[in-house]
Design a protein around this ligand. Structure first.
Ligand code: GRF
Length: 200
């Protein structure tokens, strides 16, 4: 029997409901998935995703950013926890903290994020409304590598959908979500395979 490559130990960072995290975690339950989700960290103690992760049997942790005086101190604590847990890859999924250049430098090529726009369009917030206001015909979501430039790292995968004439920010976001939930596991799979082959 061929020897199975060791699955990439992955942490998911969340701030809220955690539906992308659940989608990643469920996909990663498959034995042949190249990554496994071993830790979910929230910067908010009240994030609904924490309970959802526990229900899936995943270890969870809150690192409340408001308990730290500086971004640097918060990130040092985050970095220490991730390294202590032997994490190899980080997936940001609705994680509402900007990661500094110093933090990102320590994890080059090992942090992914999902952003609800067709990057490079609409970096930052309010992406659905901005796409509607611009009269765009197409909208979507992007999984990208995280670099020091906000929403600026290389694209791993994208999904797109048509903007309908009566779409609102809410309706567009609701129609996009299922596409995001399908996209992120595929993107994680791709990057985890790359990391596995770099190791072997
Ligand atoms: C998703 O729409 C994602 O694109 C954006 O924030 C939302 C997170 O939702 N970055 P959830 O916490 O995964 O449910």
């Amino acid at each position: 029997m061929p020897k199975q490559a060791i699955r990439v130990k992955t942490a998911v960072l969340i701030s809220g409901r955690g539906s992308n995290m659940v989608s990643l975690a469920k996909a990663a339950k498959a034995d042949d998935f190249p990554a496994r989700i071993t830790l979910v960290i929230s910067n908010r103690p009240d994030a609904a995703g924490l309970e959802r992760a526990k229900a899936l049997g995943i270890q969870t942790l809150t690192i409340d950013h408001t308990a730290f005086h500086t971004r640097r101190a918060f990130e040092k604590a985050l970095d220490a926890v991730l390294r202590e847990a032997d994490i190899e890859l980080i997936c940001c999924a609705g994680f509402m903290r900007i990661l500094s250049a110093a933090f990102v430098r320590g994890w080059t090529g090992r942090i992914l994020n999902i952003h609800p726009s067709l990057l490079p369009k609409y970096k930052g917030l309010h992406t659905h409304q901005r796409a509607i206001d611009a009269g765009d015909k197409l909208h979507g979501a992007t999984v990208h590598h995280v670099t020091a430039e906000l929403d600026g790292g290389a694209t791993v995968a994208q999904t797109q959908l048509e903007i309908l004439p009566d779409d609102t920010s809410d309706s567009l976001s609701a129609r996009l979500l299922p596409l995001e939930l399908a996209l992120y596991p595929e993107a994680l799979k791709k990057v985890a395979f790359q990391l596995q082959s770099a190791k072997s």
